[in-house]
Design a protein around this ligand. Structure first.
Ligand code: LLP
Length: 412
């Protein structure tokens, strides 16, 4: 049996009420994940993972801060009720460039900027001397569950190269920017060997600042078990490693240093599922294809990274199908060969064992709360699909289905 926050009948009922495909989230699971990170001074949700305003509101109610990687993400944080002037910078803009409208917005609102390039510091400093800034360091190494999620090293576009901190500090001084802290996020997927190295680099870099750094950010990247048997992150151990680096700094600097963590996936992945309906099945040579009504425009991770999500099959009334099953290639409706959910990182299609399906059954993709809905697109003129939040026994529609008329209305 697959471990999931939802019962089959709950999912079937939501599918009947709102149609498929459909995203569902469980609020209690999100709160449970937040609780595991409470030792950190600030939990800053990387909202790119799942930025429905109702999810952001839940985060705010839990005292979780947010990052923003675009002007739109700042607007989402405001819509969720974040007070940008609250303590410990409730919203920080983190990116590698400042486009002109976003520059105007962060200056107008006084939102702290986590600079990923020297130009961000000078462009900001020219129009807003004294502005609060962080510096995001690329320590020269990184890791990730895929090359595409590795954000450190010389092949990555992210952050300011660790050997160029001096130049950035000169810009901070020149524009009298207010240096809040240093930040490092080397990719998605925790590994403790890198963690020690990241902490060491952080210590070295903070020492180089000679500034009164008030905060350090451990970035995000905490992994979640996507496959049965994959270990969960030991959050106590994770905190201890960072906290011992922080303690060293506190004793050197002689004042408190706020320790932040910035997870996306860890907070929301296991809270979410994608519910789809089986609409066709056909043999193709030796392969048995099952086609569902969601495509990679909805759930992009398998096509983009070869990511595998646990799947289960429900009858239309929500009863689990549990027979031994058949090796199945699961694909979507898009007019593109890569629209297959069972493929590896090189695009090779692989059948996986799945209970035998009937037309009208529901196939549920689990652990899709992170980088699911937030990476969806309108490819093939497919409207964005609804999102439903389960909380305390109630299921609430938190995004309705987009319409094609809404898409066409943009084409003036
Ligand atoms: N902080 C920064 C600066 C980041 O760039 C990211 C993710 C995070 C925090 C959060 O990382 P997380 O805790 O979620 O691993 N679409 C990919 C993941 C891309 C991550 C981009 N940056 C996926 O579906 O796996």
């Amino acid at each position: 049996m697959i471990d999931t926050p939802f019962t089959g009948p709950q999912l079937a009922e939501a599918a009947a009420a709102h149609g498929t495909p459909l995203w569902v989230y469980d609020a209690a699971t999100i709160r449970g994940q937040i609780a595991k990170l409470r030792s950190f001074d600030v939990i800053r949700f990387a909202q790119k993972a799942c930025s429905n305003v109702h999810v952001l509101r839940l985060m705010r109610e839990q005292g979780v801060h947010v990052d923003a990687v675009s002007s739109g993400k700042i607007d989402r944080a405001l819509a969720a009720g974040y007070d940008v002037h609250g303590p410990d910078e409730p919203v920080v803009f983190t990116a590698d460039l400042l486009d002109r409208p976003t520059l105007r917005k962060v200056v107008e609102l006084g939102i702290g900027v986590n600079a990923g390039s020297p130009q961000m510091l000078s462009q900001l400093g020219e129009v807003s001397p004294g502005h609060p800034v962080w510096i995001r360091i690329n320590p020269g190494f990184g890791h990730g569950h895929s090359r595409k999620t590795n954000t450190g090293g010389e092949h990555s576009k992210h952050g300011i190269w660790h050997e160029h901190l001096e130049e950035s500090l000169a810009l901070v001084r020149r524009y009298r920017l207010d240096l809040v802290g240093l930040h490092m996020h080397i990719g998605s997927g925790v590994d403790y060997d890198h963690l020690e190295a990241v902490c060491e680099t952080m210590l070295k870099q903070v020492r180089m600042t000679g500034h009164d750094v008030r905060a350090i950010s451990a970035g995000g990247g905490l992994s979640v078990p996507y496959a049965p048997g994959q270990p969960a992150v030991d959050t106590d151990r994770y905190f201890r490693i960072w906290d011992s680096a922080r303690r060293e700094l506190v004793s050197e600097l002689g004042h408190p240093v706020r320790l932040e963590i910035e997870p996306g996936r860890f907070l929301v992945a296991s809270s979410g599922a994608l519910v789809t309906e089986v609409r066709a099945q056909k043999p193709m040579g030796s392969n048995h294809f099952v086609l569902v009504d969601a495509g990679f425009n909805d759930l992009m991770r398998p096509a983009m990274y070869g990511s595998a999500h646990r799947m289960s099959v429900l009858s239309p009334s929500g009863a689990s199908r549990t027979d031994d099953g058949v090796d199945t290639v699961l694909a979507g409706p898009l007019c593109e060969s890569g629209d297959v959910f069972t493929q590896d990182a090189h695009g090779e299609v692989h059948p996986v064992p799945l209970p035998r399906t009937e037309i009208g059954d529901l196939v549920v993709f689990h652990d899709t709360g992170a980088y699911g809905a937030s990476m969806s697109s309108n490819y093939n003129s497919r409207p964005l699909i609804p999102e439903v939040l389960f909380d305390g026994g109630a299921a609430r529609l938190i995004r309705r289905r987009q319409t094609v008329d809404e898409l066409l209305a943009l084409e003036v």
